[in-house]
Design a protein around this ligand. Sequence first.
Ligand SMILES: [Zn+2]
Length: 228
Amino acid sequence: MKRGLVVVAHADDAEFGCAGTVALWARDGYEVTYVVCTDSSRGSEDPAITREQLIALRKEEQAEAARILGVREVLYLGHEDGAVVDDEPLRRQIVRLIRAYKPERVIAMDPTVRIVDRYVNHPDHVAVASATIAAVYPFARNRPTFPDLLAEGLEPFSVPELWLTSFGQANTWVDIGETIALKVEALRAHRSQMRDWDPEPMVRDWAKRAGAGQLIDAAESFRVIRLT
Ligand SMILES: [Zn+2]
């Protein structure tokens, strides 16, 4: 059961949060699937680009990043960027995928993070993270929830491990020394977002800070909750 599901709000969220770990998992034989909940259509201030052009461009960029990391598949749930909420239809979409893919590990953001120092978290990140946790526990494993999914043959499934990308409550550190270059390359694939900015110094600085307490030169940190 070497499968991982990474649920995020926007194209590029997974690359910022966990691409080094994802690349390691893929290298170790995990089938990793990305679930991007929105259409990422508000990710540009350029008046010359239409919404439709931006949606298509960001899918191309996400596909390229996924290819670099060894991610098997990218799925889109199609919610409007900036307007996604944690509601039953979103939870149902995520439960459906959990029951269909039966991942050993699900990665999400931490929905309790709204403001850290001067960082204000995007409301879509909070909503998607909250819906993902609700889908993992209790609804994917709960038989009476979503009888229509059961009727489709999607039996309840218990996700063994929930990995939250960490902002200070980490209990797991992944050494990404061998994949940090892939993380940088995957971020660069999001050209509409990076533009003239080189993400490498910031990514290396984050990785250094994340690993500092653990004597790891480059790390991604997670709060891992084992549910079985
Ligand atoms: Zn985002």
